[in-house]
Design a protein around this ligand. Structure first.
Ligand SMILES: Nc1ncnc2c1ncn2[C@@H]1O[C@H](COP(=O)(O)OP(=O)(O)OP(=O)(O)O)[C@@H](O)[C@H]1O
Ligand SMILES: [Mg+2]
Length: 294
């Protein structure tokens, strides 16, 4: 089983089929090139010397293409720690989801909740803001990640503007980097504020194409899918079929491979081939939309 990663080989050798199927359903992480590049960029921002004009980053990509997974990975690899000498608690990165609409109060609530800090619903917004700023400072947060920033667009233009001002205020007051992540529309929302626009460097997670990077991704997947036989996913007919079914989205590629692995285990074929790919219970994203409107 030279086609497998050592850890995966061990799983195949020790687990029952049912256990193997369970293991396939667990979240997987593959460090593809663009993810590694963005991860490195986030580390640079984390270590950036504090100044009055901190650089920010805007992570843009289609839905289901790996934005949240990437940011989660960064957050979990940067957990809180205590500085021995000063006994100070440091939380390098805090990740929150933007409120469902651009609402300043809810935004503070979300940050406070993520920091396990209680708040009273009667507490005035100014107090809530002060406390949020105070806590983020006290915890030495260096990077504030706000996922689903396109929620901003669910409000009127004036509410959007107000919310962008809050982001600017937090970034200036704390001198930390903001990482906002969302779909392409989020880019337009941020562009409406010229001052913010030139402080956010856009980074894109593009859809996958049939190129070397995609083949590398498939090869990495193959090493962690617990199948006894090699599938040679990078062979032309298989890689094209997976790409067309997935419509170039990482989440769909992952789902297709998960379903195929399960079917390959259940049928005893123990590898992914064209027949398996054609027999999984899977509907491509655009077909799903059509089914609903049919
Ligand atoms: N690095 C990775 N390695 C393997 N699978 C991944 C990776 N990143 C993402 N995935 C898969 O893609 C799926 C979708 O990823 P994610 O939730 O991060 O997308 P998203 O871009 O945040 O989507 P949305 O805009 O809808 O929130 C994940 O559930 C996971 O299965
Ligand atoms: Mg997401």
């Amino acid at each position: 089983m030279t086609h497998l990663h050592n850890k995966t080989k061990e799983l195949v050798n020790t687990l029952t089929d049912d256990e193997r199927i369970k293991s396939v359903k667990k979240p997987k992480w593959i460090g593809y090139t663009q993810a590694k590049k963005i991860h490195k960029k986030l580390e640079d921002l984390r270590d950036y010397p504090t100044n009055l004009r901190m650089p920010n980053l805007l992570l843009i990509g289609d839905s289901n293409n790996g934005k949240t997974a990437l940011l989660n990975k960064f957050t979990t690899t940067n957990p809180s720690f205590i500085i021995e000498e000063t006994q100070e608690l440091v939380l390098p990165a805090l990740m929150v989801q933007a409120p469902p609409e651009p609402d300043e109060k809810r935004f503070y609530n979300i940050i406070l909740e993520n920091l396990y800090a209680p708040y009273k619903s009667s507490e005035k917004i100014e107090m809530r803001q002060q406390r949020t700023i105070h806590l983020l400072k006290k915890l030495n947060v260096k990077i504030l990640i706000i996922d689903e920033i396109h929620h901003l667009l669910a409000g009127t233009i004036s509410k959007q503007r107000l919310f962008l001002n809050v982001l600017k205020f937090i970034s200036n007051e704390l001198q930390i980097s903001l990482i906002c992540s969302g779909t392409r529309e989020a880019f337009n929302a941020i562009q409406t504020d010229p001052q913010l626009a030139n402080r956010f460097e856009p980074k894109v997670l593009p859809k996958w194409n049939n190129d070397e990077e995609y083949l590398r991704l498939l090869a990495s997947f193959e090493r962690i899918l617990p199948l006894k036989n090699p599938s040679h996913l990078i062979e032309n007919s298989l890689c094209s079929l997976i790409l067309s079914k997935s419509e170039g989205l990482l989440g769909e590629i992952s789902k297709i491979l998960e379903l195929s692995t399960i079917l390959a285990i259940e049928t005893g074929i123990e590898k992914i081939n064209k027949n398996i790919l054609e027999n999984i219970d899977y509907t491509p994203p655009s077909e799903r939309k059509k089914m609903i409107f049919r």
